[in-house]
Design a protein around this ligand. Structure first.
Ligand code: AMP
Ligand code: MG
Length: 271
């Protein structure tokens, strides 16, 4: 399957992906929703197998970073992509506004503490990128402070990669109108009321600033060892398919083998 251009933002490309991208797009996919769902299910079987190998081999690690605007589908994507994967080897870490103890340290302190151990897949639901997104847009620190963070983040991710962690970063892109519908659903549906957060309305007002901040963060930190993928995410079935496809490709490239026994199993007798 050809790799769709819109998934990967080339920092040298003059085209600003946020000006051309619509959350409705389905790049790289020439099948309809029904077939895409089928392919996603098949890919999930592969993901389950690859994760088992990663877990058994205990020498590689995978970090998945998920970022999006509020209602962008991070939780749904995690639920659907990882359902059926052995929970013993997968951990989801949610980064909320930092606590007092976290604020008393550098912003990567709480992040580094949560990176995957050998054999593990860790999914960051929000991440250190909030420190150049929400923090920048809301002016929580002066500009010169968040500006130098790109360099820290590049160095941090290089360190992780050098030490054996594979990294993939997803930005789930929904349109502003789609966000409106999803927020409205949180008001209209009593079973979704719990998800409604008035804070999201404040952030929604700063949509263009967020798009700018996302674009800069992606361009500044997109590296071969820590690539960003921009996923149009209005259509949940496409979002899930795209994430699944990229995860399976990423793990597939690691040539994960089950560890060879250092003894001859045929010589062992169980009474
Ligand atoms: P939610 O993901 O809906 O539980 O919301 C978590 C909230 O925490 C979001 O509003 C984030 O923007 C906020 N948040 C996460 N990380 C940071 C950070 N480093 N600084 C400030 N706010 C943050
Ligand atoms: Mg929220």
């Amino acid at each position: 399957m050809k790799k769709p251009a819109a998934w990967h933002l080339d920092p040298k490309s003059p085209v600003d992906v946020f000006e051309t991208l619509s959350g409705d797009q389905t790049p790289g996919l020439d099948v309809d929703e029904k077939d895409a769902r089928k392919v996603t299910d098949e890919l999930r079987d592969e993901l389950v197998d690859l994760q088992e190998r990663l877990f058994a081999g205990h020498d590689r690690r995978l970090l998945v970073v998920l970022q999006a605007m509020d209602t962008g589908g991070k939780d749904g994507a995690i639920r659907r992509v990882f359902s059926g994967v052995n929970p013993a080897g997968v951990r989801v870490v949610r980064f909320e506004a930092p606590t007092k103890a976290e604020l008393a340290r550098d912003y990567l302190w709480r992040v580094h503490a949560q990176v995957p151990a050998s054999g593990e897949i860790v999914i960051f639901n929000r991440s250190h990128y909030e420190d150049v997104l929400v923090v920048r847009v809301n002016e929580l620190v002066p500009a010169n402070v968040w500006q130098r963070r790109y360099e820290h983040i590049r160095a941090f991710e290089k360190l992780l990669a050098d030490e054996g962690t594979s990294i993939v970063k997803f930005y789930l892109h929904i349109d502003r109108d789609e966000q409106k519908e999803r927020l409205q659903a949180r008001l209209d549906d009593p079973e979704k009321n719990w998800k409604f957060d008035a804070h999201d309305l404040e952030q929604r007002k700063r949509w263009p600033q967020y798009m700018h901040a996302f674009r800069d963060a992606i361009v500044e930190t997109d590296r071969p060892h820590a690539p960003w993928f921009v996923i149009p995410a209005n259509r949940k079935w496409y979002r899930d398919y795209a994430i699944m496809r990229i995860l399976v490709d990423t793990l597939g490239k690691l040539d994960l083998e089950y560890p060879k026994a250092d003894f001859d199993p045929k010589t062992v007798r169980i009474d």
